[in-house]
Design a binder for this molecule. Structure first.
Ligand code: ZN
Length: 405
């Protein structure tokens, strides 16, 4: 199961980024400079701070009378009490954002039967969800009750399955609600997808995050909200079902939730020994992440983080403390938009690349032989790990004739 972003607006698709981890050429790292070098000036793509109120609209198809959960159920789902989504986003963002001001309304009856919204749109004999129709009618149904300009985003909850997964992102057209014309952050959640984890994941798309896959594989990462929030070993709640884990460090930094002071950058030519703190509920002021620019690029870099079984990371998918490594590639479009693609890097040849196989433990070293970057996990601390990073930069120039240098 894959939770698809509504991509028409973002225009990115679930892109496979060309692999860079060739198993061929192997260069040593002996030529690196001996200097220890850490740079702390990062770039934050978005600064998402303060209350981010979402309105959640419960909509019934005209010909489906069921009200599968009452209003109190959804108010609990968005509350500042575990595993409520306000509580969740506060912990994950280090109290940088909240969902304060959010509201749940409904159930409203849509003006059309389900077959108007879910039908065969392309002649393949299979019904597809028309999310433009559901967005138009479900927001209209609630319009008299709410002022949309009070909200950052809109969750649409439906009382039946729709031959579709939950989705999140934005319509590919601007929608005018209460006089505000916007590509509203929006989620569409069919009945069987109602859970804390799935709704948090789709809201993550509303915060402009993409899905997280394992590098060079089609499987989703089990280690974070924007991977597979439910079908790996997530926490389970009797009422709200699967519960999301933390976001990875690269995504948190892109949203402005990890300040530059808590991120080390190891530039080309640098080598550094860094004590990393656990990403969830940190206990010290040690760095929460390391960024390693690939050949000095601001658009392509590795990030290193520590995950422990605590808070929303106390999930079965996390067998124990581990270092994780992700690779981020920022895709730039001609209209100026930039979309980060973040991928989880498993241990080579591992059996469970999206789960236990992504754990880097003491004694293990990640090697990118092409770009001559190594990350060695040295020792474990009470709430983190000590790692050594070496960033030597590509050795291609070594093989170029002098005239081309
Ligand atoms: Zn998704």
């Amino acid at each position: 199961m894959r939770y698809t972003i509504v991509l028409a607006l973002l225009g990115l698709g679930l892109l496979a980024v060309p692999g860079s981890r060739s198993a061929t050429a192997a260069f040593g790292v002996g030529a690196l400079q001996a200097n220890t070098s850490i740079d702390r000036i990062g770039t934050q793509a978005i600064s998402l701070t303060g209350p981010q109120p979402w309105v959640t609209i419960l909509c019934k198809f005209q010909d489906v009378p069921d009200e599968p959960h009452d209003l109190a159920y959804f108010q609990g789902l968005f509350a500042n009490v575990y595993p409520g989504l306000d509580h969740y986003w506060r912990e994950v963002s280090y109290d940088t954002i909240s969902l304060a001001g959010s509201s749940v309304v409904g159930w409203y009856t849509l003006p059309n039967p389900k077959s108007y919204y879910v039908y065969d749109r392309n002649g393949d004999g299979i019904a597809e969800h028309n999310n433009d129709r559901t967005a138009t009618d479900c927001t209209a149904a609630a319009d008299a009750a709410i002022d949309f300009t009070d909200f950052y985003g809109i969750n649409l909850i439906f009382n039946a399955n729709m031959n579709a997964t939950a989705i999140g992102g934005s319509l590919n057209r601007a929608l005018t609600l209460d006089g505000k014309t916007d590509f509203w952050p929006m989620t569409w959640v069919p009945l069987s997808y109602i859970s804390q984890g799935v709704i948090a994941h789709e809201m993550g798309h509303g915060f402009r995050l993409g899905d997280i896959y394992v590098k060079d594989l089609q499987s989703a990462s089990g280690w974070g909200l924007m991977g597979a929030p439910c079908y790996y070993g997530s926490q389970r709640d009797p009422l709200y079902r699967c519960v999301g884990l933390h976001l990875n460090a690269a995504s948190k930094h892109l949203l402005g939730w990890i300040p530059d002071e808590l991120m080390s950058i190891v530039p080309v030519g640098g080598t550094a020994v860094i004590t990393l703190e656990q990403l969830a509920l940190p206990q010290t002021n040690n760095d929460l992440m390391v960024r390693i620019p690939i050949n000095g690029s601001d658009e392509r870099y590795y990030t290193v983080e520590v995950r422990h079984k605590t808070g929303y990371d106390n999930a079965p998918i996390i067998p124990g403390p581990a270092v994780l490594i992700h690779e981020t590639t920022i895709l730039s479009f001609s209209d100026g938009r930039q979309v980060p693609i973040v991928e989880l890097i498993p241990v080579s040849g591992t059996a469970e690349p999206g789960g236990a196989g992504a754990m880097w433990k003491p004694g293990m070293t990640f090697v990118d032989p092409i770009n001559r970057i190594t990350v060695a996990v040295q020792t474990e601390t009470s709430s983190g790990f000590v790692i050594q990073v070496v960033n030597s930069g590509s050795s291609y120039s070594v093989y170029l004739p002098a005239i081309y240098r």
